[in-house]
Design a protein around this ligand. Structure first.
Ligand code: NAD
Length: 309
């Protein structure tokens, strides 16, 4: 199977090098020229806790793509996924049977991708793997993770099994889910609480958690998400959602870290808030559900994004 990772930054880099190391025909596609050139000149430089090594994975600039792929894994930030797909479509990189898999954080990606291919060719994935970018052609990999995948129309298929097998050959710890939307919403709930609040407050997750009334503070945000999720047929449990967030609090978990949204604002780049709290507000309006907490959070993050430009 010929695979492309479209958006080959931190996480795309991780998935790409692990597929390459497993002997898969994989191409990293990105529009960041310095990054692509560095990968092609000396391989992707991978930094782990105990070693630095080079992986000679193929990388191409989006503008130089002249081939099609059987599977395209979209790993741009959420707001650039459609630009990426449109460009690949115009370059005939999406053939009649190409499968498109999204592993991005946030909500609503299946519906957005359905503008380009039918739902029986879209695969939704959620991952607990993490990765960081050190510089052009350099990624930092720590910890372990896993992937859950399911075809967007919920129907089992041979292709789902093939993708799952390839991911496992690449040690990505993949499982086929029978309800990936639930996992996507559960992760989006965590991200919609910790990402914007730690960014607005300029706090590490552990510092945020140290506030005595933190549970009281986050409860209404979670409740709005659960109500909107229920309107879309996804049954999130309040206690389980809260436990998942609390599990990130200790230093031994994510307590010492700033969430990625904080890092995006520090770098002066756009955040994914419109696919987290912003999506909750958008769906809320669609279903006549009031979401004042998520609305305000979205506005505050947009204000912070403006400050950067
Ligand atoms: P990143 O910024 O490191 O990488 C995104 C890459 O996409 C960049 O290299 C950028 O140049 C490229 N890109 C953006 N727009 C493009 C376009 N129009 N054409 C071509 N290339 C384009 O981001 P990331 O951290 O790898 O995150 C990617 C997605 O994965 C996000 O949705 C994120 O929330 C999710 N995610 C990340 C992690 C993580 O630990 N990094 C973990 C789980 C999920």
């Amino acid at each position: 199977m010929k695979i492309a990772v479209a958006g080959a930054g931190a996480l795309g880099g991780r998935v790409g090098i692990q597929l390459h190391e497993a002997g898969v025909d994989v191409t990293l596609i990105d529009k960041w020229e310095e990054h692509v050139n560095a990968i092609n000149e000396k391989g992707m430089e991978v930094h782990t806790e105990d070693k630095v090594y080079q992986v000679p994975v193929k990388a191409k600039l989006l503008e130089d793509i002249d081939e099609s792929y059987d599977l395209i894994i979209i790993l741009t930030k959420a707001m650039y996924a459609e630009d990426m797909l449109q460009a690949l479509y115009e370059k005939n990189s999406i053939h009649a049977e190409t499968a498109i898999l999204t592993m991005m954080n946030g909500l609503g990606h299946g519906d957005r991708l359905a503008k380009y291919v039918s739902k029986d060719r879209i695969y939704l994935a959620v991952t607990m793997w993490t990765a960081g970018l050190k510089g052009p052609g350099q990624i930092v990999l720590t910890g372990s993770g896993g992937i859950q995948i399911q075809r967007a129309d919920g129907i089992a298929s041979k292709m789902t099994e093939e993708i799952n097998d390839i991911f496992n050959t690449a040690n990505l710890n993949s499982i086929i889910s029978s309800d990936v939307q639930h996992s996507i919403w559960a992760k989006a709930t965590l991200n919609s609480v910790l990402n914007p609040l730690c960014s607005i407050l300029d706090k590490r997750i552990g510092e945020f958690a140290a506030y005595g009334a933190v549970i009281e503070m986050i409860t209404p945000i979670i409740e709005e998400i659960i109500e909107v999720a229920a309107a879309r047929g996804i049954n999130l449990d309040f206690d389980a959602s809260l436990e998942k967030i609390k599990a990130a609090f200790p230093d031994s978990a994510a307590g010492l870290h700033y969430p990625s949204m904080h890092q995006d604002l520090a770098k002066g780049v756009q955040t994914e808030v419109d696919y987290l709290n912003g999506k909750i507000s958008e769906y809320g309006k669609e279903y006549g559900i009031k979401t004042p907490n998520n609305d305000m959070i979205t506005h505050l993050i947009h204000q912070l994004e403006m400050k950067n430009h």
